[in-house]
Design a protein around this ligand. Structure first.
Ligand code: URA
Length: 200
């Protein structure tokens, strides 16, 4: 018999059903302030899933992930290796905007994580790129920061590889492209992701 449960017990649903549950979710305080929940978007059959921290103001307005300034930066990073946004899947650890763009709190992450788990189970990517500390620490269950974790592949639950990268917002605050800068490293990192996917 097929195993229809995810690691954290949510029954296996397709991406649109998961999105519908997210849009109706009131499990944590973040639902109280949202204009729109932001389930995620892209190709459900992709090999690569990008996971950010949580929606910002623009994302909350539009109900779509990474559409503000950080989103433009992410699109630029993807473009650099000829990834279209429509051929990957992009989502976040929490699906509703934390006030003032603060980091999501542990109880908010714990309430929301079954949705990400369900999305991962449905998409079954070979690589999950975690963007920044929140996604990396949550999925790798580590306290280590992004500076030491980024740019390496970590085996995760057998088949999947997690690849942490700097969050695009961090690059907006650190725009230098000099060798060794966060931006320089990110442009190297995304090439590693592309190469890993094309050498499969
Ligand atoms: N930052 C994130 O982490 N996610 C978004 O969707 C937008 C900005």
């Amino acid at each position: 018999m097929a195993d229809n449960s995810t690691e954290k017990g949510l029954f296996r649903l397709d991406l649109e059903e998961i999105a519908e549950q997210i849009r109706n979710c009131t499990k944590c305080r973040l639902s109280g302030n949202r204009t729109n929940a932001v389930p995620g978007e892209g190709d459900g059959n992709t090999d690569v899933l990008f996971v950010g921290e949580g929606p910002g103001a623009q994302e909350d307005q539009q109900g779509r992930p990474f559409v503000g300034r950080a989103g433009n930066k992410l699109t630029e990073i993807l473009d650099s290796v000829s990834f279209q946004r429509s051929e990957v899947y992009i989502t976040n650890v929490v699906k509703c905007r934390p006030p003032e763009n603060r980091a999501p709190k542990t109880d908010e992450v714990n309430s929301c994580i079954p949705y990400l788990e369900a999305q991962i189970a449905e998409i079954n990517p070979s690589i999950i790129v975690t963007l920044g500390n929140a996604a990396t620490k949550t999925l790798l269950e580590t306290d280590e920061g992004i500076t030491s974790t980024r740019g390496k592949f970590y085996s995760w639950r057998g088949e999947i590889q997690i690849f942490p990268m700097f969050h695009p917002s961090y690059l907006l605050r650190n725009p230098s492209k000099e060798k060794g800068s966060p931006k320089y490293k990110t442009w190297q990192d995304i090439k590693k992701v592309k190469k890993a996917l094309t050498s499969r």
